[in-house]
Design a protein around this ligand. Structure first.
Ligand code: GLN
Length: 458
């Protein structure tokens, strides 16, 4: 059996199942089975089929970011994370569906239609990396790449019952990751289990001179960290992440997981991160401000689609028609919000205040970690996967599904989600946060929980 067989089989299964009535719409494009190649027969992922979120630039497949404005766009270069994947022997089987430009929590904002949750097809897979999470949960691939600006890897991992990691800001190159909010964006990994997500992170991590925000630090052995156990570790439980209104079933799985960690030898410490209440408004001012600048490049001249309105062949009409027809409602809403927050009279009131709040949120983490807390444990999302179209009418309610995940991006710390139980058959995720560059601690906690809860995840 050749190294390519598993990848060929994965592509054939995706093509067959996704084109039938059981399709999840998890992919925007699927690789041509005749074009597959293993670049490194001896690499750590030789022949492993991997799905890639359609926000990472690839040469062989289009890169749309879930947007009409980039329909059919082909990048002349590859994202560093994708290049590293291929160099490790992995085979890219397709580009996964996502909320347009990664703006959303449900994959319903894709111009290519929503992805369905493989655990319950009437529900969303989470977002924005919903296609990648669904592809792993459906068993199409053991691993997938996503991006996480405010929870877009961890929240869909929780909704689909798989593992998702957002590394420390700067751990993985953003070269070729189409920018949404540059100070928050980070490439993340999905795995069917903790080890798979860790192995993929191992391959894509490391310094890249092409990304000035990537940091030159040694990459530890993430897979080994999964097996180290938690004896002697101090795990903090922040009170702000267990609000009174938290779903009762989520609370009970969460409390049970804390007891499990304690019985494995971890010390549990209740802690407070008092500025958490500012996290959603802070995130949505900073993310939209950065997005409004980043998305100005889609002007009909440089990338993808070009439209000309009825008003004559002027540059203004070109910009207006391209952007009016190319962007969906949520992207337009965010460009307007962000432009307003950065406008001359309001810059300090909104953007300046948000930057100060971001510093306070970051200091909360610094303080608890300096006081001897090795890692923090929280629920990943306040609810399990919600019904399709249930929240689209109310953007504010949609934004609140990120309430536990955005803080890690604001501070730049690593975070991950793993399954800790189910509610009426729907997966529940637990989130682990660790200090900057301490992914190993987070993986140790996740590995221990996964081993102890195995079979016991109800
Ligand atoms: N749901 C959040 C948003 O819409 C986070 C998205 C993400 O992490 N890309 O901005």
């Amino acid at each position: 059996m050749s190294r390519l067989d598993a990848a060929r089989r994965a592509v054939a299964t995706i093509r067959e199942r996704e084109s039938g009535p059981g399709g999840l719409n998890a992919f925007i494009s699927v690789a041509d089975p005749h074009n597959l190649a293993v670049e490194n027969e001896h690499g750590p992922l030789a022949g492993v089929p991997v799905a890639v979120k359609d926000i990472l630039a690839t040469k062989d497949l289009p890169t749309t970011c879930g947007s009409r404005v980039l329909e059919g766009y082909r990048s002349p270069f590859e994202a560093t994370a994708v290049r590293k994947l291929r160099a490790a022997g992995a085979v890219v089987v397709g580009k996964t569906n996502m909320d347009e430009f990664a703006m959303g929590s449900s994959t319903e904002n894709s111009a290519y239609g929503p992805t369905l949750n493989p655990r319950d097809r009437t529900r969303v897979p989470g977002g924005s990396s919903g296609g990648s999470a669904a592809a792993v949960a459906a068993g199409y691939v053991p691993m997938a790449l996503g991006s996480d600006t405010g929870g877009s890897v961890r929240q869909p991992a929780a909704f689909c019952g798989v593992v998702g990691i957002k590394p420390t800001y700067g751990r993985v190159s953003r070269y070729g990751l189409v920018a949404y909010a540059s100070s928050l964006d980070q490439v993340g990994t999905f795995g069917a289990d903790v080890r798979d997500a860790a192995r993929l992170l191992q391959v894509v991590s490391g310094h890249d001179p092409r990304d000035a925000t990537s940091v030159d630090r040694p990459v530890p052995d993430f897979e080994a960290a999964v097996r180290t156990g938690v004896a002697g570790m101090t795990v903090g439980v922040p009170e702000e992440y267990e609000p009174a209104g938290l779903d009762a079933a989520i609370r009970s799985h969460f409390e049970a997981a804390i007891e499990t960690l304690e019985s494995s030898g971890a010390k549990i410490r209740r802690v407070s991160l008092p500025h958490t209440r500012f996290s959603i408004p802070t995130y949505y001012v900073i993310a939209t401000a950065e997005a409004s600048a980043n998305l100005s490049r889609y002007d009909g001249v440089r990338y993808g689609q070009r439209r000309m309105g009825d008003g004559g062949a002027t540059l203004h009409n070109l910009y207006e028609a391209t952007r009016t027809q190319g962007f969906g409602a949520e992207v337009k809403r965010r460009i307007m919000l962000g432009t307003y927050a950065l406008s001359a009279g309001y810059y300090d009131a909104y953007y300046g205040t948000a930057q100060r709040a971001r510093a306070l949120i970051t200091d909360d983490f610094r303080r608890v970690f300096a006081a001897g807390v090795d890692a923090l444990f929280t629920p990943t999302s306040p609810t399990p996967a919600f019904k399709l179209w249930e929240r689209t009418a109310d953007p504010l309610e949609m934004y609140l599904s990120d309430v536990f995940t955005v803080t890690a991006n604001l501070a730049g710390i690593p975070g991950m989600s793993l399954p800790i139980g189910t509610v009426d058959g729907l997966p529940v995720g637990g989130q682990i946060l660790a200090p900057w560059w301490q992914e190993e601690r987070m993986l140790a906690v996740a590995g221990e929980l996964e081993r102890r809860l195995a079979g016991g995840v109800r």
